[in-house]
Design a protein around this ligand. Structure first.
Ligand SMILES: [Zn+2]
Length: 51
């Protein structure tokens, strides 16, 4: 099984994923995943409000 080192775009933490799930594994934890989704939602809302 091959593994790849990735860096979480939210917290900058390095983590290791199996190569076959590399594309799906973007964040190191579910916390970072939900943080990223929260940011997207807030970003959409705030840009909608400012427009
Ligand atoms: Zn993270």
């Amino acid at each position: 099984m091959e593994y790849i080192n990735k860096t979480c775009p939210i917290c900058g933490h390095e983590f290791v994923v199996q190569k076959r799930v590399e594309e799906k594994a973007i964040y190191c934890t579910l916390e970072c995943l939900s943080a990223a989704q929260g940011k997207v939602k807030r970003g959409k809302v705030s840009s909608f409000v400012s427009v």
